[in-house]
Design a protein around this ligand. Structure first.
Ligand code: IMP
Length: 194
């Protein structure tokens, strides 16, 4: 069983990831990790910035840097790498409000969006594995559902006819961007002695 430290302070994410990798790896948060300045232009760059910051703190351990966000082509790719601080206040609610208001003139195909999760596994500052997961959906006109976090209440997933906030954690893990990235990571870990 591997022990992986997640370069994040978001316990939601660590819990989701831990459930997904159950039996293969334990996913932990390090109390001394402080989020570095994420100024990369891509999810990959930001995932590397995060992993490196944690790897410097615990060079002997496996660390996972993950960067994720929502991409809306109609908005030129926004919120993108700025997903968590899309609105000035930067709360889930204010981010959703800003997104819905920016998409007021959009209908049909224009409301298409996808989540991206980019993962970088590192030890001692060296990349051992990296991969990207994506899931496509549509932005609703109003929030629906109570589960999850971030943009989940407005991300409608057509194959399940529900928003991500209306799925259980297991259902979301099975189809989400992070779930897809993690299933590739899981495969890598299993091949390498997990
Ligand atoms: P990160 O912590 O820098 O990766 O920020 C990602 C941001 O993208 C989060 O704060 C959310 O706003 C959004 N996001 C990423 N993954 C999800 C998800 O699974 N559901 C909803 N929002 C997400």
């Amino acid at each position: 069983m591997f022990k992986i430290y997640l370069a994040s302070t978001n316990s939601h994410k660590a819990r989701e990831m831990g459930e997904f990798l159950e039996g293969v790896a334990e996913v932990l948060i390090h109390p001394e990790y402080k989020a570095p300045h994420e100024d990369g232009d891509s999810f990959r760059e930001n995932a590397i910035i995060k992993a490196k910051a944690l790897s410097r703190l615990i060079p002997k351990e496996l660390v996972l840097g993950e960067d994720s966000g929502l991409v809306v082509p109609f908005l030129g790719g926004a919120p993108g790498v700025k997903s968590h601080r899309f609105s000035t206040r930067g709360t889930d609610l204010s981010n959703i409000e800003k997104l819905l208001s920016a998409l007021k003139p959009a209908s049909g195909q224009e409301r298409k969006a996808y989540f991206v999760s980019y993962g970088v596994l590192m030890r001692g500052g060296k990349i051992l594995w990296e991969g990207e997961g994506r899931v496509e959906g549509e932005i609703t006109h109003k929030p629906m559902g109570e589960e999850g976090f971030g943009y989940d209440p407005v991300f409608f997933y057509p194959p399940m006819k529900r928003t991500f906030a209306q799925l259980t954690r297991e259902e979301k893990n099975r189809v989400s961007h992070r779930g897809r990235m993690l299933s590739m990571l899981k495969e890598f870990l299993l091949k390498n002695g997990g």
